[in-house]
Design a binder for this molecule. Structure first.
Ligand code: 6PG
Length: 460
């Protein structure tokens, strides 16, 4: 600790170290506000346990890790019973966010938030309140003054960490969609990494303008310092994950909310991880051999449309999850504000989020983002291209799990009569699970006395 403090004499505001937790806690003003940022899980419990014997009633512990929201609910309840206050705050923005202003999603005791608010709003990234554009110019230790802070009280107990988890589920979707667009340009159009990077650079000037598109353009134009090759070509194609995308998908299944695009993004990482199996299979399982014979420029435009439409569906799924979770946990989430605090500082920051902010502000009870007039119009004009891209990918054997699942989600959502009528009949046939009738009110269940399939002679 002493060596670390000594090695960083120029840290803005000064860096102070303490040899023991007791001395650290004793140095703070009441009510104490202690922020912990450790690996989510048992380490968080361990630090909380170390702290609590030294704390006084009303002190506040703030967990800024990527905690599972159910753990935050438990921690908040347990600490409340000991007279302490606990805030679980989502923190997004990576290293740049940490130095120049992150997006902060605090949840927990509302009175504790009052103490935390001035600090959280000062350090958060700022956006222009009218346009939602991020305000630049922050320096380490000197956040931007003015503007709308990318931090707002999300709700009680685990609400902040839940919203951060959804942010990450959406982040998984965004990243996988970008990877699918890259793969199509690489494998179908035969483009080099740097040329693909230029396309992303161009896309970043339009409606896809976002942090992830911007860094993708940079990554694709980066050379490997060792070989001089395109950097992306020397990176092994096995993706890691720490669990937030999986939690989002498991939670979607638990609540029965369709979020297939986010789940496909998680499964795409799982499939990438079985590298050796894929390499072996690649020599055995054959796909189509045909070369792409269309116009590359118009295909790139179609890809932009496919990415945009898929993104709308993925965000629609994330917002549906939050809508359902707020019923389950008795939260009152402000979706417009959530979209607004994601405009700056965080990994999914994007121009597009301003449109979601506007959609949620105009109609806070909007059943699905797809029904907002702006997004409805956007998909209407872009869907032909979206379908072209998915068809071309399938015809040429190129995997596009998030593009395709988003399209199926869109087609399923706009279908008044799905084939679940047949499914219900099957369930009733083999297990007497019962069915509802189209000519009777909802909620009345029937069973048909099915003829025995093993005794055809008994059929009437
Ligand atoms: C953020 C990120 C961050 C997350 C990384 C890695 O908002 O700053 O979401 O919290 O830890 O993106 O996540 P994976 O290892 O699961 O990809």
């Amino acid at each position: 600790m002493r060596e670390f403090v000594k090695a960083h004499p120029d840290t803005p505001g000064g860096l102070v170290g303490f040899p023991t937790i007791g001395e650290f806690v004793a140095s703070l003003k009441l009510p104490r506000k202690i922020i912990i940022l450790v690996q989510a899980g048992p380490a968080t419990d361990a630090v909380v346990e170390q702290l609590t014997p030294h704390l006084d009633e009303g002190d506040i512990i703030i967990d800024g890790g990527n905690a599972k929201w159910t753990d935050t609910i438990r921690r908040e309840r347990d600490l409340k019973n000991s007279g302490l206050r606990f805030v679980g705050s989502g923190v997004s923005g990576g290293e740049v966010g940490a130095r120049f202003g992150p997006s902060l999603m605090p949840g927990g005791d509302p009175e504790a938030w009052e103490h935390l608010q001035p600090i959280w709003q000062a350090i958060a990234a700022k956006v222009d309140p009218d346009t939602g554009r991020p305000l630049e110019g922050a320096k380490p230790g000197k956040p931007v003054r003015g503007g709308f802070p990318c931090s707002a009280y999300i709700g009680p107990n685990g609400a902040g960490h839940y919203v951060k988890m959804i942010h990450n589920g959406i982040e998984y979707g965004d990243m996988q969609m970008i990877c699918e667009a890259y793969l199509l340009m690489k494998n179908l159009l035969g483009m080099e990494a740097s040329a693909i990077g230029m396309v992303f650079q161009d896309w970043n000037r339009g409606r896809l303008d976002s942090f992830l598109i911007e860094i993708t353009a940079d990554i694709l134009q980066q050379a490997d310092p060792i070989t001089g090759q395109a950097f992306v070509d020397i990176v092994l194609d096995t993706a890691g994950q720490k669990g937030t995308g999986k939690w989002t998908s498991v939670n979607a299944l638990d609540m029965g909310v369709p979020a297939p695009t986010i789940a496909e993004a998680v499964f795409a990482r799982c499939l990438s991880a079985i590298k050796e199996e894929r390499v072996a299979a690649s020599g055995m399982l054959k796909g189509p051999q045909a070369k792409f014979d269309g116009d590359a420029d118009s295909f790139i435009q179609a890809l932009n449309d496919a990415l945009y439409c898929s993104k709308i569906c993925s965000y629609a799924q994330g917002f549906q999850l939050m809508r359902e979770a707020q019923k389950e946990y008795d939260w009152d989430l402000n979706f417009g504000e959530i979209a607004q605090i994601w405009r700056g500082g965080c990994i999914i920051r994007a121009r597009f989020l301003q449109k979601i902010t506007e959609a949620c502000s105009w109609d806070p009870d909007l059943a699905n983002l797809l029904l907002d007039p702006y997004f409805l119009q956007e998909i209407e004009s872009a869907q032909v291209n979206w379908r072209k891209v998915v068809s071309a990918a399938f015809a040429h054997g190129i995997p596009v799990p998030t593009f395709a699942s988003a399209l199926s989600y869109f087609d399923g959502y706009r279908e008044a009569r799905l084939p679940a009528n047949l499914l219900q009949a099957q369930r009733d046939f083999f297990g007497a699970h019962s069915y509802e009738r189209v000519d009777q009110p909802r909620g009345k269940f029937y069973h048909l006395d099915w003829p025995d399939p093993d005794r055809p002679q008994c059929q009437v």
